[in-house]
Structure formats: C-alpha cells, structure tokens
Design a protein around this ligand. Sequence first.
Ligand SMILES: [Zn+2]
Length: 100
Amino acid sequence: MPLLTCQELLDYLSDYVEGRLPAAEHARMDEHLAVCPECVEYLHSFQATLAACRSLRSADLAQIPDMPEDLVQAILAARRVAPLTEPPAALLRPAVGDEE
Ligand SMILES: [Zn+2]
C-alpha cells in the first residue's frame, strides 16, 4: 500500500490525534510519520495548539491578562510548517515607489 501523502495526513490529522481513525488508517498515519519529519513537527504543533485551546477554554477568559506564550509559539510554529501557504503577493512583484 502506498504511503499517505502529506496532504492526506493533514486531512485526517485531527481524527488521528483524537484517536477516531480505524486501526488500519491509524497505522498508515504512523507509517507516514515514521518517514516524514515535517509532518511530525506539524503534528506536535497541532497537539500543542489543541492543548493550549483546551486549557484556554476551560479557564475563565476574563482572568487571563495575556495570551499564553505556549499558544503564541504553537500558532507561530504551525504557521512556519504549513505546507500550503503562498508567498505574500508583495514578494512576487518588483518593489514600486512610495504608495503614499
Ligand atoms: Zn508528510
């Protein structure tokens, strides 16, 4: 059976993390993660973000003075490894003069 692609893995990542996948599918995810460090890193970011969201949700939001550093880092890490981002349009065209 061919390995899952990274995209397929991402599609099922939340089911994987929550343990909702059938054993055979879960094993295929493990197979991909065994050979794809990028997806492992993404998985860790995803889990950290989930954990941060859960702790946020269960806390009294009004009593949190600032965004937890863990959450900020998890979001930044997830953005860094997101596979489908495109470069900002500004990077694709030559610089033009002042727009003001
Ligand atoms: Zn992958």
